[in-house]
Ligand binder design. Sequence first.
Ligand code: RM4
Ligand code: MN
Ligand code: MN
Length: 424
Amino acid sequence: MVLRKEQLEKNNEANLSKHEKSYDFISGQIDDVDEVIKKLIDFQVAIPSWALGTGGTRFGRFPSGGEPRSLEEKIEDIGLLHSLNGSSGAISLHIPWDIPKDAESIKKLAVQYGLRFDAINSNTFQDQPDQKLSYKFGSMQHVDRAVRKQAIDHNIEVIKYGKELGSKSLTVWLSDGSCFPGQLNFRTAFQNTLESLQEVYKALPGDWKIFVEYKAFEPNFYSMSVGDWGQSLLYSSKLGPQAYTLVDLGHHLANANIELIVSLLLMEGKLGGFHFNDSKYGDDDLTVGSIKPYQLFLIFNELVEGMNAKNMNHANDLAWMIDASHNVKDPLEDLLQSVEAIMIAYAQSLIIDRKKLVDAQNNNDVVTAQEILQQAYRTDVRALVAEARLRAGGALHPLTTYRNEKVRENLIKERGSKTMATGL
Ligand code: RM4
Ligand code: MN
Ligand code: MN
C-alpha cells in the first residue's frame, strides 16, 4: 500500500492551523530554529526488516494480520513509514531472514521509496534447516574450527549481499557464551572469537565498517563472549580502524550508565552505531522512549555533545537503527512511535544551552547544570519535529494519518489476516 500525496495533504490541512500556533510558540523560544529543523530533516533512522511483523515470545506469537510476506513487502512497509514521517529512509536487513534473491530489483524498489540499505546483519545465533554444523555451543567462539569457519563464511556471504545492495556496514551480534561455570575457558573463547572476527574483517571492503554488538546476557546466562562495551572495545580495537562498537540500549545490566558509555566510546572514535529500543528489565525490545524517555534524552545529550566536539555529521557519521519488536502493538504504529521518540530526544538535545552548561560545570554549579538539562527536556518540542516532517513532505501527525487512512485494514485486505513476516 502506498499513501498518496493528496491523502497526506488532506490530513495535514485538518491540523495545520493548530500546528502553526504551536510552532510559532516554540520557534520564538529558539535562536537558531532553522538550523535545528534542518538537522531534524537530515536525521534518518533505519528500520530493521525483522520489526515489521509481530514479535514473538517463547510462549507464543499473536500476529495482527497484513504482515509483509516478502522482502518486497517489507520495503513497501518501510516506504509507507517514510512517507509518513520523512525520517525512516533506510532499512537494515538480517540474513538469512531476508536474502535478496534479485538484488538489482530490490535495490530499484528501495530507491522508488526513497530508501537506502543501512548495516546488514549476520545471524549465527540460530541453526538454519540446511545448515551442516550446529551453533548450540557457540559460533565464532566454538571449540571446533569447522564451526568457526562456517560462521566466518556466513558473515562473508552476508557482506556479499550487502555489497550488492549498497550497504556499507556489517553488524555482528553473537549469542556466544556459556550457561554454566566451567563450560568455557574464557580466554580461549575470546581468542577464537577474535580470530574469527579477524577473518571476517579481512573480507570487509575498504569503505565498509564492522560493528561489534555486545549484550550482557541471553541466550547465555553465565557468560557472554561479547558481553559488554569493554569486551566489544577490545575486539574492535584489536581488529583495526574499520571496526567499531555498537550500542544496543537493551543490552546492559540494570541501571548501567549508558550515556557515560556512549560518551567514552565517542571520545575514542570507536562508537559505530546504535540500536534503539526501550526496556524495563532486560533486552525487552520495547518501543523507544516508552519506559525511560529521560535516559534517552541524556544519551542524545552525550551523542550531540560528543559528535560536535569531533565535528561529526549527526546524520551520517554514526549508524542509527531501531531494534525493537514485540507482540501487542501494530508493528507499524509501534515503529512510528519509536521514530517519533528518537526525534523528540534528538530535538531536545539540540536545544540544550551548551555554553551555559559548560560554565555551570566549570563552576561546580550542580544545580544550574541540572536546570539546563531539564529545561531542554521539559520543553515540548513536538511542533519542531512536526514542522521538520511537514517540510520533508510527511505527515503532521503520522499515527493519526495512519489510522484515518485505515492502513492496517488495507494491508489485511491486500495480504490477508494470517500472513507472517520472517524474523523473530
Ligand atoms: C539480538 C540483538 C541483535 C538483533 C537480534 C535479532 O538481541 O539485539 O542486534 O539482530 O537480537
Ligand atoms: Mn540489537
Ligand atoms: Mn537485542
